[in-house]
Design a binder for this molecule. Structure first.
Ligand SMILES: [Zn+2]
Length: 217
């Protein structure tokens, strides 16, 4: 793809500014994905981060000025050509983070649930051992031990159940946020729980009215 930029209306990106030439510059994407900005022998020149250029590889965050003062918004130029590859690339992190957090919530919850359920069963044994070692037959210890033996498993089961009930809420919150973040950068359609790599293979948004290019060619 090559985006023609300038004042003439047959450019891909028309800039109607006094200091901009009719055919001022082109922005193209090389095979390796790099952006290449080329000046088309414009009258007032093309500048990248303050330095005049004829041909230069740029990144979307570079400050590009046409002529003396027109700041060219590179992300806007790319979007005008339906090129959403920069935004699409950043979705990889969104997907990876989602999967990572989901697994973490599920596994940490399993561990805590088991811990809560198992711990109380160990308590009577520990108290029994303490009484045994202390050698005292104090009835208060026996009563306390009995109470713990009866109550602790019930509390443990209760805490375990409470813990396992927390996970669906956390997972729900996570899924809700994912539905907001993992969307087509142009039309905002939720992309589903589909791995980023699979979407990248599709190269563009499947919504027919959208046509956003996710991977530029
Ligand atoms: Zn779309």
């Amino acid at each position: 793809m090559k985006i023609k930029i300038g004042k003439a209306i047959d450019n891909d990106y028309v800039v109607n500014e006094p200091n901009v030439s009719r055919y001022h510059a082109t922005l193209s994407r090389e095979d390796n994905g790099c952006l290449l900005l080329e000046d088309l022998s414009s009258t007032n020149g093309t500048f990248v981060n303050g330095a005049q250029i004829l041909k230069k590889r740029i990144s979307p965050t570079d400050k590009v000025v046409l002529g003396s003062d027109y700041v060219l918004n590179i992300p806007e130029v790319l979007k005008s050509n339906n090129d959403y590859s920069e935004e699409f690339t950043s979705l990889k992190k969104v997907y990876d983070t989602y999967i990572e957090q989901k697994v973490r919530i599920q596994s940490s919850n399993q561990f805590k649930t088991r811990l809560f359920q198992a711990l109380p069963f160990a308590l009577p044994g520990i108290i029994g051992m303490v009484i045994g070692f202390s050698g005292k037959g104090d009835p208060i210890f026996l009563v306390a031990s009995l109470v713990v033996a009866v109550c602790a498993p019930a509390i443990g089961v209760y805490l375990g159940a409470k813990q396992s009930a927390k996970a669906p809420q956390k997972l729900q919150d996570l899924a809700n946020q994912f539905k907001i973040d993992y969307v087509c950068p142009k039309c905002g359609t939720f992309l589903g729980e589909i791995p980023w790599e699979s979407l990248a293979n599709k190269k563009q948004c499947p919504i027919s009215s959208c046509k956003a290019k996710w991977v530029s060619e």
